[in-house]
Ligand binder design. Sequence first.
Ligand SMILES: Cc1ncc(COP(=O)(O)O)c(C=O)c1O
Length: 358
Amino acid sequence: MKNPRIVVDRTKLRENISFIASKLKNHELSIMAVTKVFNAHPQVIALYDEFPEISYYGDSRIENLMSYQDSKKQKVLIRLPMISEIPEVVQYADISFNSELETIKQLDQEAEKQKKKHKIVLMVDLGDLREGFFEREELYECIQAVLKLENIQIYGLGVNLTCYGAIIPSSKNLGNLIDIQNEIKQHYDLTLEMISGGNSSSLYLLDSPKDILPKGINNLRIGESFVLGRETAYGGEYEQMHQDAFTLVAEIVEIKVKPSYPIGEIGVDAFGKKPHYVDKGNMKRCIVAIGQQDVALDDIAPKDKSIELLGASSDHLLLDLTHTKQEYKVGDEIEFLMSYGSVLSTFTSKYVKKEFIR
Ligand SMILES: Cc1ncc(COP(=O)(O)O)c(C=O)c1O
């Protein structure tokens, strides 16, 4: 059984990593590769391991950090730790991102128990309104308290943008991170190892004619760009990179000419939503064996542009093949281009097989 499957072109992925890695090296930025988008798949990790330019692996799930303990890279928990997972955080993460003093105190106690020093990156919220200290006073009070803890090292500062609030990184907002770093140096005589200036959305600043990445930012955390070959502030595709290193393949299980408009009283669909249909007369309708349990409809696009996506229930994806040049038949495979969301969800689905080529 081989379908549905996600096909990873190793050569294209390697070329993507090389391109971004040399770009970051030229700007003296260390690299944290974010591994959650491919669910820390061991074969992708083995490929990332080939790159000495990658110093850190970051993931939001402890289970993923646990899965690559043998790798030499430093492992970073990039979601704020849950109090209930603190023993695992200290055991499996070298570094964790934090914004709550209570959590840090518990990390300290656990680190003492495990006879370890645990490193933390303090997250600062510069407007995206997800995680991080919003008030500088609270951050400085926290630092003062943490400096008294024996088993915690303040390793750096970090910010995350273009996630919840979709805020674009700029020299203005990222400049605040450098100001804070300078104040910390002044007040506490504390030199921080890592100033992590965001994710794939900060990459555009390395080439922008209008703005720059402020001096002092020395790390970026890269998930999507490696995988999909684009920066994520404006969605700009790098022509030197591959946007199709990952392809989704699903198999046709039915092709029939049927009406485009359902017959009978219309209620709600499989997900409780009231659907809207346009009557286009009869069409060549096709079902492929993949569904919303594996992937959201908006996150994939057929490579054959003449195929139209009609909709999906949990296990069935419906396509319109009326205008295709190719004569598809039952058993044929349809290929889809992928987005961040579809790489994430299909790698997480146990029903979607993973194939590695080249
Ligand atoms: C804290 C943090 N840093 C970095 C990333 C990586 O973001 P991207 O995939 O846009 O590079 C994420 C998202 O996965 C994140 O939550």
